[in-house]
Design a protein around this ligand. Structure first.
Ligand code: GLU
Length: 487
């Protein structure tokens, strides 16, 4: 049985559709989701789409898809703030009537001049409270000019606000550093501050977990809760994610949106495991945790205070681990769309499932992402390989000796009736001794001849999958290329 306090645990993810979700956004969603699931609470999805000028077409769909892809299912929503405008207007007017807010008629031009002057005096930009104490007479005169006012919050002029942050401890902001921030814009839309507080209250949100960049907004929110006589939720601000150079994560550090990672062939489980470690750890050691384990162990006590560093190599390594954990059938299913879209058009479609399965059993060990599979496996599918003939030559092997070796190997293999890795090994290993070559030299040469590359999966298994006909044909092609070295 859940206790009463557990059932009232209500978390929300509240993205603004101003772009595609990046790693930081999704990390926030994940922490909220884990906290809700750990406590048997609810996870609510709310789209904060009140800034119409910054709205990006299609962003909402991508946000929903990304959450679904990662398995971060929500219990309520998505709610859209743009569909709740009358609620915010009503609250803004209540604040106005109760003396916690005022109408501001300042024109954008006046505000701009004010800002420039503040910049000249090296002061932080801050509304100068010009309209805070207008007389009734002044207000009537401004009203008559037809200007639509905004509604601003009357931030106390003195004193300070302290709140307890679950990751940072007590945090204090002096009121004289805060602005009389806007609640309702002249277009009738609420600002983030107003809509966020109103919805967190009306949706009975118990805990707000969000990125550190919102910490400076929180005293404003706390003042709003007080003015409205509402109880504030508990806050936990999450550490920033920085690149390995400690700069804010950006394109320079690789893909930043979740969609890009999906396209590059990262598995959702690997992504979740990787993201959770950006700011949380079980014991500073354990790297691999399943979703069940994360739900069981997630706690705010283990959320770090300092910035998390994004390490792409670690993500690749982790994805490789998750790829290897898949059954062959699952791996084939995941990789098939990548092969289908990326292998050259000359390769016959539909791809043969059995053959793909044999190929992928050799690739699974090596792949770090699904997107690199077509490249790793292409030689299994192509009719003709393109490679530099020079790759066939090495220390001991010049064109003449390489020709001799491939010819002998070909002759021996032509008689083979059971074409499997054990039989091939049983023939080729003794051949090295026979020809007075190191196994590395012999196998290296044959590997290039059948795959066109110096690094590929184990030779005998590769040859077994390729089949007799293809291997012998590739030996012939290699011999033809080598013959040009004599002419
Ligand atoms: N809409 C804000 C964002 O895009 C929400 C911040 C918050 O969680 O309060 O991140």
């Amino acid at each position: 049985m859940q206790s009463e306090s557990e059932t009232s645990v209500r978390l929300r993810f509240a993205p603004s559709p101003t772009g595609y979700p990046h790693l930081g956004n999704i990390r926030t969603a994940l922490f909220n989701w884990l906290f809700a699931r750990h406590h048997g609470g609810k996870f609510i999805l709310r789209i904060e789409d009140t800034d119409i000028s910054r709205k990006v077409e299609g962003a909402v769909e991508v946000i929903l898809d990304s959450l679904q892809w990662l398995g971060l299912n929500w219990d309520e929503g998505p709610y859209f703030q743009s569909q709740r405008l009358p609620i915010y207007r009503e609250i803004a007017h209540r604040l106005l009537e109760e003396g916690h807010a005022y109408l501001c008629y300042c024109s954008p031009e006046r505000l701009e001049t004010m800002r420039q002057e503040q910049a000249k005096r090296k002061q932080p930009p801050k509304y100068d409270r010009h309209c805070r104490d207008l007389t009734q007479h002044e207000r009537t005169r401004l009203e008559a000019t037809g200007i639509t006012p905004v509604i601003r919050f009357k931030t106390p002029l003195e004193g300070e606000t302290t709140f307890y942050d679950l990751t940072h401890g007590p945090v204090t902001f002096k009121h004289d550093t805060l602005d009389d921030f806007i609640l309702l814009k002249s277009d009738g839309y609420p600002t983030y501050h107003l809509a966020n507080v109103v919805d967190d209250h009306l949706m009975a949100i118990s805990h707000v977990l969000r990125a550190d960049e919102w910490l400076s907004s929180t005293p404003r929110h706390v003042l709003l809760y007080q003015a409205l006589n509402w109880q504030a939720p508990q806050f936990a601000h999450l550490p920033m994610i920085l690149g390995s150079d400690r700069a804010k994560l950006s394109k320079r550090h690789g893909a930043t949106t979740i969609t890009e990672y999906q396209k590059q062939g990262y598995l959702p489980d690997a992504m979740v495991n990787f993201l959770v470690l950006l700011g949380w750890s079980l014991d500073d050691r354990t790297e691999l945790l399943s979703q069940e384990e994360l739900i069981k162990h997630f706690s705010l006590e283990r959320v770090g205070k300092t910035a998390a560093i994004f390490n792409r190599d670690k993500l690749e390594w982790m994805n490789g681990v998750y790829l290897r954990k898949l059954s062959l059938g699952e791996f084939v299913q995941q990789a098939m769309p990548f092969l289908d879209s990326e292998l050259p058009k000359s390769v016959d479609r539909p791809l043969n499932n059995d053959y793909v399965s044999q190929v992928l059993s050799l690739i699974q060990e090596r792949a770090k992402t699904l997107a690199e599979i077509p490249q790793l496996a292409s030689f299994f599918f192509l009719d003709e390989l393109q490679y530099d003939t020079g790759l066939l030559l090495s220390g001991k092997l010049d064109a003449k000796s390489a020709t001799k070796v491939i010819t002998i190997a070909s002759q021996k293999l032509e008689t083979v009736t059971t074409w499997d890795a054990t039989t091939l090994e049983g023939i080729l290993r003794p051949l090295a001794t026979e020809l007075n070559l190191g196994t590395g030299e012999l196998f290296g040469l044959l590997r290039v001849a059948v795959t066109g590359r110096t690094a590929a999966p184990p030779l005998f298994q590769t040859m077994a999958v390729l089949g007799k006909e293809k291997c012998l044909k590739r030996f012939d092609t290699a011999l033809q290329s080598l013959s040009t070295y004599f002419s």
